[in-house]
Design a protein around this ligand. Structure first.
Ligand SMILES: *Cc1c(COP(=O)(O)O)cnc(C)c1O
Length: 346
C-alpha cells in the first residue's frame, strides 16, 4: 500500500472547486460602527437579523483553549452527522470509492456512505469488540478512502486498543476517522494528543453527549490544517447557526459543571452495573467507558417490552452482529437510575 498523500485522496472536483465566498467571508470586522449593507439582511435589530459568523471564531477560541489545540485544526458542523458527511463528500467519489466501518457500531457511517453512493465495507469487530487488523487491511484497495473507528464504541461501550489503532494509522494510507462521541466518559486519553504525529488522523467529537447539548446540534472535527482547509471549502457557509453558537459558548464557560456531571455519570454507571449484575435475567454486562451499559439478557425482545411497561425506554441492539439479546441502557440521573433498579427488583 502506498504512503499517505492527501492530494491523492481528495476528489478531483473538490480539489478544483472555487468555494462560495459569503459576505462575511469577504469582510469581517468587530468594529460595530460599520454599517453593514453587504448581505441583504433585514437591518432592523431583533438580535437575530444578522448572519452568523461562518468561521465560528469565538466558539472555536473557547474550545481551542479547553482542548489545548489550535483552532485551525478544528471544524464545526451541524452535529457530527454533518461532519461525517463532509468527510465522505470531500474524499469519496460516488460509485467508485469505498469506506470501511466495523460493526457492531454506530449506524450513521453506513447510512451517510449510502446516501453518497459510496460503498461501505463491513469488517466485524473481533469477539473482544476490537478491530480485526488483518481482515481490515485485506479489505483495503486503491479506492478505500476512509476507515471509521468509534472509540469508545457505540454500542459496545469499550475503547479500541491503542496498539491496533496505531498500526491502522501507519499501515492504512487513507484517513482514519476516530469518532470520540463518548471520550469524556473514558479512562483513556483522547487521540487528540496524537494529531500532530499522524497526518491521516481525523477525530470527531460532539456537544450531544457529555457536554449535554444534543438540542443545539454541534459536532466537531479535528485534523491537520490541510484536511480542515479542505472541509472548510465545502461546508455550507453558515452551517452553525447563531443560536447554536451562543448556546455553545455559554455552556463552555461552565466547563467545571460539565466535568462534575461527567464524574457523577461515570459513578452512576458503576452503581447501575453493580445493581443490574444481580438481576436474574441479566446474563452479562459489558465493561463500559461510555455513558451507557450494554447488557446481555435472556430474551431481549421480552425484556425490552417489560422495561417499556415499567416506563423505561431502552435500545434493543440485538439485531446487530455479535449482539444477540443485547440491550443498551443509557445512564440517567441518580433518581432515574434508582427508580430503574427498584422497578426491576419488584
Ligand atoms: C451520539 C453519537 C454521535 C453524535 O452525533 P451528533 O450528530 O453530534 O449528535 C456521534 N457518534 C456516535 C458514535 C454517537 O453515538
Amino acid at each position: 500500500m502506498g504512503k499517505f498523500q492527501l492530494s491523492r485522496l481528495i476528489r478531483p472536483n473538490i480539489a478544483d472547486l472555487k468555494p462560495y465566498s459569503s459576505a462575511r467571508d469577504e469582510f469581517t470586522s468587530s468594529d460595530n460602527r460599520k454599517i453593514f449593507l453587504d448581505a441583504n439582511e433585514n437591518p432592523f435589530d431583533n438580535g437575530m437579523n444578522r448572519y452568523p459568523d461562518p468561521k465560528q471564531t469565538i466558539v472555536k477560541n473557547s474550545l481551542a483553549q479547553i482542548k489545548g489545540i489550535n483552532q485551525e485544526t478544528m471544524l464545526l458542523g451541524n452535529g457530527s452527522d454533518e461532519v461525517l458527511d463532509l468527510l465522505i463528500r470531500a474524499f469519496c467519489e460516488p460509485g467508485k470509492d469505498n469506506v470501511i466501518s466495523l460493526p457492531p457500531t454506530y449506524g450513521m457511517y453506513e447510512v451517510i456512505a449510502g446516501i453518497n453512493n459510496v460503498e461501505n465495507r463491513r469488517v466485524l469487530l473481533t469477539d473482544k469488540f476490537q478491530p480485526d487488523l488483518q481482515n481490515i487491511l485485506a479489505q483495503v484497495d486503491v479506492h478505500t478512502k476512509l476507515l471509521f473507528l468509534c472509540s469508545p464504541n457505540n454500542p459496545t461501550a469499550n475503547c479500541m486498543d491503542r496498539e491496533i489503532v496505531k498500526r491502522l494509522l501507519t499501515e492504512f494510507s487513507g484517513l482514519v476517522v476516530i469518532d470520540e462521541a463518548y471520550i469524556d466518559f473514558a479512562n483513556e486519553p483522547s487521540w487528540l494528543e496524537e494529531l500532530a504525529n499522524h497526518p491521516n488522523l481525523v477525530i470527531t467529537q460532539t456537544f450531544s453527549k457529555a457536554i449535554g447539548m444534543a438540542g443545539i446540534r454541534l459536532g466537531v472535527c479535528y485534523g491537520s490544517r490541510e484536511i480542515i482547509q479542505i472541509l472548510n471549502r465545502i461546508k455550507p457557509p453558515y452551517n452553525v447557526n447563531e443560536l447554536t453558537q451562543r448556546a455553545a459558548l455559554k455552556r463552555l464557560k461552565g466547563w467545571g459543571s460539565i466535568r462534575e456531571q461527567i464524574v457523577k455519570l461515570t459513578e452512576q454507571r458503576e452503581i447501575l452495573k453493580e445493581a443490574l449484575s444481580s438481576v436474574p435475567f441479566v446474563e452479562r454486562i459489558f465493561d463500559s467507558e461510555a455513558n451507557f451499559l450494554l447488557v446481555k439478557v435472556d430474551n431481549a425482545e421480552k425484556r425490552y417490552k417489560e422495561f417499556l411497561n415499567l416506563g423505561f425506554v431502552v435500545r434493543d441492539r440485538s439485531n446487530q452482529p455479535l449482539l444477540a439479546n443485547c440491550l443498551r441502557i443509557t445512564i440517567g440521573t441518580p433518581e432515574e437510575n434508582n427508580y430503574l433498579i427498584k422497578s426491576i427488583k419488584k
